[in-house]
Design a protein around this ligand. Structure first.
Ligand SMILES: [Mg+2]
Length: 314
């Protein structure tokens, strides 16, 4: 489930970029006992490639390098939203105030002067790794629903905006699955809110097993509603996933004495798939899925209704 990846069991990745192999050898020799995974690059270009591929937790960056210097590497890292949060610690033989100021202005978190003291480098490195770990934890919490562990509404809204733009740029279908637990108010009234929470957690867990591709987002939309955002997914594929979800929740066989349809907890699902046009809005996709969800409720619940079947969506 999203948010459960555990930073404690993976050692942090540190990327060291320096054009002089002997300098990197010194780092490898003195840091190999630290609880980190150290990777090295011999040029700015190689460093940027590795940063993109590895997403390190800290970058130790030499300032003076032929070709692309450390300042330029730092500027490019900070200009890339995917890499901008990686702390950069400059290693420099330069001790000019103006150069150090420039490095901080470019977004560096710290400087260590060459020839550096290994204990001081380790202490600074560990401080920045600890801060990075905390900010990663906060970022994870900020996008996770506290009850169910799936993504929260805020994260969904951000993902919808960016996937909508991406789908429009590439003229690709974006599918949205809206899920509502049937007669959930009655469930709460009958079993109490504590059991209601347990039910939502189990439903979220079952839905999560149906969402497998890395780019897909499953989120709690609010109350007993969940939403799945499926980039580059045509309607038929979204319907197949939705049927899988409906089945997964049925398989839980959670007793629901006060359910009209059957004696177990079920879900209703609405699906919309759009290839975004220039003047269309992302909220239209949500509204279209909501209409279909309404159709599924009206059609008797425990069913999937997709946008193509316009009749069912009105
Ligand atoms: Mg150098």
């Amino acid at each position: 489930m999203q948010g459960s990846q555990d930073a404690h069991f993976n050692p942090p990745i540190v990327l060291a970029i320096d054009d002089v192999p002997a300098n990197l050898d010194v780092l490898v020799e003195h840091l190999h006992r630290e609880a980190i995974e150290l990777t090295v690059a011999l040029s700015g270009e190689e460093g940027l490639e590795l940063a993109d591929a590895l997403r390190p937790d800290l970058i130790l960056l030499d300032v003076m390098m032929p070709g692309m210097d450390g300042f330029e590497v730092c500027r490019r890292l900070k200009a890339n939203p995917e890499l901008a949060d990686i702390p950069v610690l400059f290693l420099t033989a330069v001790n000019e105030e103006i150069e150090i100021e420039r490095g901080f202005a470019l977004g560096a978190v710290d400087f260590v002067h060459k020839p550096f003291s290994i204990p001081i480098l380790k202490a600074r490195m560990n401080n920045h790794l600890a801060l990075k770990r905390k900010s990663d934890q906060l970022a994870r919490l900020a996008r996770t629903d506290g009850l169910t562990g799936v993504a929260n509404r805020r994260h969904f809204d951000e993902a919808l905006d960016s996937e909508w733009l991406r789908a429009r740029r590439h003229a690709r279908p974006l599918s949205l699955i809206l899920v509502d637990v049937d007669h959930f108010k009655r469930y709460n009234d009958h079993y109490g809110h504590a059991e209601g929470d347990v039910c939502l957690k189990r439903v979220a867990g079952a839905l999560d097993t149906c969402i497998r591709r890395p780019g897909d987002v499953l989120a709690r939309f609010g109350g007993e509603e969940f939403v799945a955002l499926l980039p580059d997914t045509p309607e038929e594929a979204a319907v197949a996933i939705a049927e899988h979800m409906r089945d997964a929740v049925c398989q839980l066989q959670i007793d629901h004495a006060d359910s009209s349809a059957c004696r177990h907890v079920t879900i209703s699902i609405g699906i919309a798939t759009h290839v975004p046009l220039t003047d269309a809005r992302a909220i239209d996709l949500v509204a279209a899925a909501d209409q279909c969800l309404y159709g599924a409720k009206r059609g008797g619940r425990n069913r999937v209704v997709a946008g193509q079947d316009e009749e069912n969506c009105r």
